[in-house]
Design a protein around this ligand. Structure first.
Ligand code: ME8
Length: 470
C-alpha cells in the first residue's frame, strides 16, 4: 500500500497565547495523543499537529498588559504550552506557531491565490467586534449589551477591510455536510452547524485595518490578515513547512464546540476557493466547567494541568481527564471528585489488581490457557473498546477496560486462587492473560503504566503503581 493510504493526519486547535494552558486545552490535546498512539499501534503513520495562535488584538493586549513586546510574550507562553504537553507525555509530531516565518509566508501565498481568483473584494465594515472571541458579533448575539462568553461590551468598529466571498460557497458546503462527505460530529454539532446555514451568513472580512500585530496583506500593507484566517491556515501551512503535503487533507480536526463555525463553514469555504480538498472530519467535544462555572482567569478557577501531574502523576492525570464524561457531553469537574476517582479506579482498581495478579503469578507456576467462555469476555471487551475509539468515545473505551478490571477482581474474590485448589493454576493463567490484555488496551491512554505492568508480569515482582492518596 502506498503512503497516502496508511497515513493519518490529526489536528488540535492552535491555542491562544493570551494565557497559560488549562485542562480544557489539555483535554483536546490528550484526546489526539491517544488517537495518535492508538493509530501507531495499529501500524498507521500518524501525523499529529498542535501549536499556538499568536496574532491579533487579544494577544497584543495581553502582551501590553504584561509589559512585554508581543514576540517575547508569545515565545514565553508558547513555551508554557510545550512544557505542559511534555509533562503530560504528549507525543505530537509538530508544533506550529503562527509567528513562524514560514507560516507567515505561506499565509501570504494562500491569500494571494484567493485574490488572484477574484474571491476577495474591498469593503467597509461597520459593526461590533469582540476581542475576546476575536470575531465580529451582531447586536442579536449580545446579552445585556455584552458578549455572553466574555462578559464585556464589544468594540464599535468602522474600517476598510478586505472581504471574502463566503456566500458563494455556502450551498456547496451545506450539501457536503448533509451528505457526510464532510463529516461533522457528533450529530448535535452537525445540527448546530446546519442551523447556521438556515439563519443565513454574510461574506466575512478577512483583514483588519487597526490591528498591527498580524500578517500584512501582500498587496495592502495597511491591513493585517484576520487572526482566524491566519490561524485556520496553520493546518495547511504546517505540512508545507514539514514537506508533508501528501498528508493533506486532514483526517480529523478535533475542536471544542465553541469554534465549530470557523472549522465547518469558514475553513471549508477558504479551501474550496483556493481549489484545495476539504478535511474529512471535524469533531467537537464537550466543555468542562469547574464547580458549575466557566473556567476563567477572572473567576480564578482555572485548573493547570501541571498541578494535576504534580499531584497524581502523568498517567493518572491523562486517565482522570479522559475518563470524566462521554466525549461529546459537557461536564463539571471538581477537584474532590478527581481525587476520589484516582483512589477508586487507579489505586484500588488497576493498581491493586496488578499487584494481586503479579503476586499470585509469582507464587504459582502457571500452566494452561484461558477457557473458551473467558475468551468470549475478552472478545467482548476488545470489541467494545475498538468500537468506542472508532467513534472517539474515550470514556466508553476506558469503561470497557475497567469493566474487565472488575471482572478480574470478581474472579479473584470468588475463586480465591491463593488457596491453591485444583482450579487455581487455571484461574491464575487466565488472570495473567487478562492483565496482559488490559496492559495492551491502556497503552494509548497510560503509556508508562502499561510499560511498568509488562515489566512486573515478566519480572514476577509487584511494585505499587498508584499509591493511595489521603
Ligand atoms: O479558540 N473544556 O483558542 P483557545 C474543554 N485559537 N475544552 C476546552 C475548554 C473547556 N472548558 N476551553 C478550551 C482558540 N478548550 C483559537 C483556535 S484553531 C485554528 C484556532 C479547548 O485557546 C477546546 O478544544 O480559545 C477549544 O476549542 C480550544 O481549547 C480553544 O482554545
Amino acid at each position: 500500500m502506498n503512503k497516502e493510504k496508511t497515513s493519518k493526519y490529526f489536528t488540535t486547535p492552535i491555542y491562544y497565547v493570551n494565557d497559560k494552558p488549562h485542562i480544557g486545552h489539555a483535554y483536546t490535546t490528550l484526546a489526539i495523543d491517544v488517537l495518535t498512539r492508538y493509530g501507531r499501534l495499529l501500524g498507521q503513520e500518524v501525523f499529529f499537529l498542535t501549536g499556538t495562535d499568536e496574532h491579533g488584538a487579544k494577544i497584543a493586549q495581553a502582551a501590553e498588559k504584561s509589559g512585554k513586546n508581543p514576540q517575547d510574550f508569545c515565545d514565553e507562553i508558547s513555551g508554557l504550552f510545550k512544557e505542559a504537553w511534555k509533562n503530560l507525555n504528549i507525543d505530537y509530531s509538530y508544533f506550529i506557531r503562527t509567528t513562524d516565518k514560514q507560516h507567515e509566508q505561506k499565509v501570504k501565498e494562500f491569500l494571494t491565490i484567493l485574490k488572484d481568483k477574484g474571491y476577495l473584494y474591498e469593503g467597509e465594515y461597520q459593526g461590533l467586534y469582540c476581542v475576546g472571541c476575536e470575531k465580529f458579533i451582531t447586536e442579536k448575539e449580545l446579552v445585556n449589551g455584552e458578549c455572553p462568553d466574555h462578559k464585556c461590551p464589544p468594540q464599535k468598529v468602522a474600517e476598510k477591510n478586505w472581504f471574502f466571498k463566503l456566500k458563494e460557497f455556502l450551498p456547496q458546503i451545506e450539501g457536503l455536510i448533509v451528505s457526510g462527505q464532510l463529516l461533522v460530529g457528533p450529530e448535535q454539532a452537525k445540527q448546530e452547524v446546519l442551523g447556521l446555514f438556515r439563519q443565513g451568513l454574510d461574506d466575512i472580512s478577512i483583514s483588519r485595518q487597526n490591528v498591527a500585530w498580524g500578517i500584512k496583506l501582500p498587496w495592502d500593507e495597511n491591513q493585517t490578515c484576520y487572526v482566524w484566517v491566519d490561524a485556520l491556515l496553520n493546518y495547511w501551512t504546517a505540512l508545507q513547512q514539514e514537506g508533508r503535503q501528501y498528508l493533506w487533507p486532514a483526517d480529523l480536526h478535533l475542536v471544542g464546540r465553541d469554534i465549530l463555525k470557523f472549522h465547518c463553514i469558514y475553513w471549508p469555504a477558504l479551501l474550496l476557493a483556493a481549489g484545495f480538498s476539504l478535511p474529512k472530519q471535524v469533531f467537537a467535544h464537550g466543555y468542562f466547567t469547574i464547580n458549575g462555572q466557566k473556567m476563567s482567569k477572572t473567576i480564578g478557577n482555572i485548573i493547570d494541568p501541571n498541578d494535576l501531574v504534580k499531584k497524581y502523576g502523568v498517567d493518572a492525570t491523562r486517565y482522570l481527564l479522559l475518563s470524566q464524561f462521554p466525549f461529546s457531553s459537557d461536564g463539571d469537574i471538581s477537584l474532590d471528585r478527581l481525587g476520589q476517582k484516582y483512589n477508586s479506579d487507579l489505586a484500588k482498581g488497576l493498581g491493586n489488581l496488578t499487584a494481586r495478579i503479579v503476586t499470585l503469578a509469582g507464587k504459582i507456576s502457571i500452566k494452561g490457557s484461558v477457557e473458551a467462555s473467558e475468551n468470549k469476555k475478552l472478545a467482548e471487551v476488545k470489541n467494545n473498546y475498538t468500537q468506542a475509539l472508532g467513534k472517539l468515545n474515550f470514556y466508553e473505551a476506558l469503561s470497557s477496560v475497567w469493566d474487565l478490571i472488575s471482572y478480574c477482581d470478581k474472579i479473584i474474590d470468588t475463586e480465591k486462587p491463593w488457596e491453591n485448589r485444583e482450579n487455581s493454576q487455571q484461574a491464575i493463567a487466565a488472570l495473567v492473560v487478562y492483565l496482559e490484555e488490559i496492559t495492551k488496551l491502556i497503552t494509548p491512554f497510560l503509556p508508562e503504566t502499561s510499560e511498568k505492568i509488562s515489566q512486573q508480569i515478566q519480572g514476577g515482582k509487584s511494585v505499587p503503581l498508584f499509591p493511595r492518596l489521603p
